[in-house]
Design a protein around this ligand. Structure first.
Ligand code: ADP
Length: 287
């Protein structure tokens, strides 16, 4: 099932959270929505899920406009705001949360055991959710998203709170879900972590694609050495670096964190495109 976001815009008063954003997410691979805090990731996902209405533009899942879809459709598994979602369930055990959800949605009880096992919470199923670490809440949130065995998964910041073992687990899980033909969209704000986990990235900053749809969708590079770059011309340099196959994150202070090109290559690309550099600093000794 394809996700299509077209010219999506959302303003809250003077703040434009998402600005004319367009991208597509295909089935059978894991797609990352990457951007710094405040980039508009959660807003985009809320609009995609029909939880908020756009100022302009549209979003569709499997060719159907999101706002024409029945509320609570079971073909999309969702993880949003893990902190908030279990607030009213702190006294319940993990198993009780999942059986309650299964009952409300007419899902067979046997599925609860399957998802508990899938997310590695079988041993903790009788613990109250209020005692869970953030990583355990993330796992429980992912279990909720998987419960109906949906063909589409939309997960907002699922990596927050996961330790190294959790990241390895999440990578294997998301890759397997995609290999089964599902559409998996995962947001995150840490380039190296997210890039390691996905097949494709859509990068946004300040509500916009960093470098236009063609360039912002790129194959993830295995070279993870990072270089910190400063330029007065953020938009142009981001665009040309992404064109060269780099992964570019625009940080809150307008510095760039570039993965996939060496400092020397970045310097050459900037020179060839007549973009001034104010800083070019490898962040790992591997450079
Ligand atoms: P991200 O998920 O990438 O951190 P968000 O989508 O949460 O970004 O926020 C994008 C921008 O929109 C931020 O400037 C945020 O303050 C603003 N914003 C998000 N939701 C609201 C809201 N309900 N009311 C006002 N401003 C909002």
């Amino acid at each position: 099932m394809m996700i299509e976001i077209r010219e999506l815009t959302k303003s809250y008063g003077d703040v434009t959270a998402v600005n004319s954003l367009s991208f597509t997410v295909g089935a059978g691979r894991v797609t990352g929505l990457l951007g710094p805090g405040g980039a508009g990731k959660s807003t985009t996902l809320r609009l995609l899920l029909g939880l908020d209405s756009p100022t302009a533009g549209s979003a569709a899942i499997a060719g159907q406009e999101v706002w024409d879809r029945p509320p609570g459709a079971r073909d999309v598994g969702v993880l949003l705001d893990t902190h908030g979602v279990f607030c009213s369930h702190v006294g319940n055990t993990a198993r009780e949360c999942l059986t309650g959800l299964a009952r409300r949605h007419g899902i067979a009880r046997g599925r609860v055991d399957e998802v508990l096992n899938e997310v590695g919470l079988t041993d903790a199923e009788q613990r109250r959710v209020g005692t869970f670490s953030l990583g355990m809440r993330q796992r429980l949130g992912i279990a909720c998203a998987l419960l109906a065995d949906p063909p589409v998964l939309v997960l907002d910041e699922p990596l927050n709170g996961l330790d190294q073992r959790g990241l390895v687990w999440a990578r294997a899980l998301f890759q397997r879900l995609a290999a089964e033909g599902r559409t998996v969209l995962v947001s995150g704000h840490m380039p190296a972590e997210l890039a390691d986990l996905v097949d494709e990235l859509v990068i946004i900053a300040k509500g916009e694609l960093v470098a236009g749809q063609r360039a912002a969708r790129l194959a993830v590079r295995s070279d993870r050495a990072q270089v910190s770059v400063r330029t007065p011309d953020v938009a142009v340099l981001s665009a040309v670096l992404v064109d060269e196959g780099a992964l570019v994150e625009v940080n809150d202070d307008q510095s760039l964190t570039v993965t996939g090109l060496s400092a020397r290559q970045i310097g050459d690309v900037a020179f060839l495109n007549v973009v001034p550099l104010h800083e070019l600093a490898p962040e790992t000794p591997a450079q």
